[in-house]
Design a protein around this ligand. Structure first.
Ligand code: MV4
Length: 621
């Protein structure tokens, strides 16, 4: 039971967070890392670090053999799995035990007991834990499942017994869709989890997701630390978590807490665990599943209980008793957490990769930011693109909420697009502010991409000008005059291009980072990446693949190099356009024959004016 050197089989913010407590308690720490994480702060923070393999998780963080080998090499006598990766893998927990290592987590048998939803539910029903009415039996034939679903009554949820966290789940509202749903859910479950076993449940609509933090020691003590409300989710990815739940009062907390404790007792649990419930609009609650690990969102519970749950994990794993009784658990104030991701929330939540050039996590009263970042660190495509967890604690929900908004506004993250602006909007939304957001919250509101403001464009251009005035030679000529001539700088943000006239004299308070031809500008919590196109060949000049050459910007035609009837080759200059003293050669995008020329030399033209029309042999597409 006793151990002195803990290997953390994880990466990023959670590895760092676990090692902070380990060091504070006097343990030695061992980090593991893949080749993608050599430079990560959690690796530098550890007393020792062991390379476990190449970036893919199967050959590194998910490889039981590599992790055990690293423990052996470093002389670690305990392993903390963190969350994700191997944390809920009962084979890993057993392998640690067999190798004589303390697994800082529940017994393998308790992990296994919750690994199958059907078996888990049967045990929970036996233990008197309220479950959603449904079918969790052995007869998996289509005919039987259809019959059972009709007995339950639509709408029903079809869930993969081996699934979890919403994967392999289907809502059936109409009888005609039932058989198809059963068959596709079974096929999906088989390919995703290696088992086609299904359970059926009455669908509880418009529920909240409320989970109870439990803790158990090896001496028969089991207690709960209140609930977290994780209703604000997107496709089963939690976005905002808070404690306590705006929908739970002391009486409900005591009843849900007792049910969660009963669930943990029923499976001989030890350590930190979370029992997930659906809380229906009528106040009824139902067991969903148990997560047999420490969760991402544990800091909100730590904030309101004043406890370090990782230190509890170490104590319990070392055979000590939980340092508290249920009566001693006090909940103080309110805490809210958001997950800051490298993702484009306004473009389908697409994960982003790239380097975090500047990282300045905010600080302040009640603010905690758990992260594994540093300036220049890459968000690689191999792992979850979470940058940090931002947590705020306050005396009231409103204080926590406003502190969290402040912390997000003050956090500087320049590099790939993040969801920071989106998170602030969620937190500012009246429905969330009122504590009324359910699982439907994100889906039922529109969160369109914000416009790039005039101030963003001006600041980007002026900051570029100031950072490299010599690059814009005409400006230097102007510099010597008493009246500097405005310099044209052409910028692109997404698909919009604009020509701006700057003299470097406008300076606002934007934060920025220049990255090659790009400048990332952070103004009013909205971070925008611009590309300097001043000296790039105009992109739209090559775009005439529809047979029309258009002006890429406002300007004056200084030369026309072709006439109707001419045959032109791709890349051949057709027209020269001058805009802000720069001459742009506008070229043919395709081999073609000129049909007409719509402008004359000396003519002023507006952006996107058709200049030349061509006919091509190739069909238009
Ligand atoms: C449900 C449900 C409604 N009725 N089960 C999603 C995550 C997984 N742990 C279980 N989930 C659900 N199970 C029944 N019988 C609705 C959900 C659900 C959900 C639950 C919590 C938070 C967000 C959710 C979003 C969609 C569906």
């Amino acid at each position: 039971m006793a151990f002195t050197k803990i290997l953390v089989a994880n990466r990023g913010e959670i590895a760092w967070r676990i090692m902070r407590t380990a060091k504070a308690m006097g343990y030695r720490t061992v980090a593991v890392f893949s080749d993608a994480d050599k430079e990560a702060p959690h690796v530098a923070f550890a007393d020792e670090a062991v390379r476990i393999g190449p970036p893919p998780v199967g050959e590194s963080y998910l490889s039981i053999d590599r992790i055990l080998e690293a423990a052996h090499k470093s002389g670690a006598d305990a392993i903390h799995p963190g969350y994700g990766f191997l944390s809920e893998n009962d084979a890993f927990a057993s392998a640690c035990e067999s190798a004589g290592l303390v697994f800082i987590g529940p017994p393998a048998s308790a992990i296994a007991a919750m690994g199958n939803k059907a078996a888990a539910k049967r045990r929970m029903i036996d233990a008197g834990v309220p479950c959603v009415p449904g079918y969790q039996g052995d007869d998996q034939s289509d005919a039987n499942l259809e019959k059972e679903a009709r007995k339950i009554g639509l709408p029903v949820m079809v869930k993969a017994a081996a699934g979890g966290g919403g994967r392999g789940m289907r809502l059936v509202e109409q009888d005609g869709d039932l058989l198809e749903a059963i068959r596709t859910a079974r096929a999906e479950a088989l390919s995703a989890f290696g088992s086609g076993e299904l359970i059926l449940e009455k669908a509880v609509v418009d529920a909240r997701h409320v989970e109870i933090q439990v803790f158990a020691d090896a001496h028969g003590n089991v207690l709960h630390l209140g609930e977290r409300d994780c209703s604000v989710q997107r496709r089963h990815q939690k976005v905002i978590e808070e404690a306590p739940s705006p929908a739970v009062n002391a009486d409900l907390r005591a009843r849900m807490g007792a049910a969660a404790v009963a669930a943990a007792r029923a499976i001989g649990y030890r350590g930190a665990g979370t029992v997930e419930f659906l809380l229906a609009a009528d106040g009824a609650f139902y067991f969903l599943e148990m997560n047999t690990r420490l969760q991402v969102e544990h800091p909100v519970t730590e904030a309101i209980t004043g406890q370090d749950l990782v230190s509890w994990q170490f104590r319990v794993a070392a055979g000590e008793r939980i340092p508290f009784t249920q009566q001693q658990v006090r909940l103080d104030g309110h805490a809210i957490e958001v997950r800051l991701y490298a993702e484009d929330a306004y473009a389908g939540f697409l994960p982003q990769t790239g380097h975090i050039d500047v990282w300045r996590p905010a600080s302040g009263p009640g603010v905690r930011i758990d992260h594994g970042m540093k300036d220049g660190l890459a968000i690689s495509p191999f792992y979850d693109p979470m940058i940090a967890k931002v947590i705020a604690h306050g005396a009231t929900r409103e204080e926590a909420r406003t502190r969290l908004i402040r912390a997000l506004r003050d956090t500087v993250v320049l590099g790939p697009t993040t969801n920071r602006h989106f998170l602030i909007r969620l937190l500012e939304h009246p429905e969330f502010a009122a504590g009324e957001a359910t699982t439907a919250f994100i889906g039922k509101h529109e969160f369109p991409a914000p416009e790039v403001s005039e101030a963003h464009w001006t600041e980007a251009a002026n900051l570029l000008w100031r950072a490299s005035a010599e690059k814009y030679a005409p400006a230097l000529r102007g510099w010597r005059n008493s009246n500097p001539e405005p310099t044209p700088i052409r910028l692109a943000a997404d698909t919009t291009e604009r020509l701006l006239h700057v003299d470097g004299r406008v300076v606002g308070n934007a934060l920025f980072h220049i990255d090659g031809d790009d400048i990332v500008v952070d103004l009013d919590a909205h971070t925008v990446r611009f590309t300097d196109k001043t000296y790039a060949p105009p992109a739209t000049a090559a775009a005439g693949s529809d047979g029309k050459l258009r002006a890429p910007m406002d300007g004056r035609i200084v030369a026309i190099k072709v006439a109707p009837g001419d045959t032109v080759a791709r890349g051949q200059t057709l027209v020269v356009l001058e805009a802000m003293k720069i001459q742009h050669q506008l070229k043919a995008a395709l081999d073609a024959k000129v049909e007409s020329v719509s402008v004359h030399e000396g003519q002023q033209v507006a952006n996107r004016t058709v200049l030349v029309t061509m006919a091509t042999d190739a069909p238009a597409h």
